[in-house]
Design a protein around this ligand. Structure first.
Ligand code: HEC
Length: 110
């Protein structure tokens, strides 16, 4: 048993480091397709989520605004980062699912 735990620890530590800035596993298809276009701190198709969090930091309406934006999709707010790409709409996400994922994005501000 001891040996086995030791091995797990050895394998887990570098892996945990590499994952630190990644979108967590619960934000996965089929519920959430976000990682197809987003990462925490680099641009994919969409802006880095950390940049989104920084932009809306201190904005009390951000949660509602961003929930509506993710539900309906669209473009225009991040043209300087994305070159004008659009986010797909997410009509199948429940209000609770939207709340959870937008809450996560907003939690990334320093
Ligand atoms: C098809 C690619 C794509 C997918 C899938 C996607 N996004 Fe986006 N997202 C974008 C793009 C492009 C933008 C920039 C839109 C703009 O310029 O207004 C964006 C912007 C955002 C913003 C900032 C909106 C704003 O107006 O400032 C948030 C928050 C966001 N996405 C969250 C999510 C979440 C949560 C998911 C998963 C449920 C998701 N995105 C899935 C491409 C995507």
């Amino acid at each position: 048993m001891k040996v086995r735990y030791g091995l797990v620890a050895l394998l887990a530590v570098p892996w945990a480091g590499a994952q630190a800035a990644d979108i967590p596993e619960w934000i996965n298809p089929p519920t959430y397709d976000c990682r197809a276009c987003h990462a925490i701190d680099k641009k994919l198709v969409g802006p880095p989520w950390k940049a989104v969090a920084e932009r809306y930091k201190g904005d009390p309406a951000a949660r509602q605004t961003l929930k509506a934006k993710v539900r309906e999709g669209g473009k225009g707010n991040w043209n300087e980062v994305t070159g004008g790409a659009a986010m797909s709409p997410h009509p199948d996400l429940t209000d609770e699912e939207l709340d959870k994922v937008v809450g996560f994005v907003l939690s990334l501000a320093d």
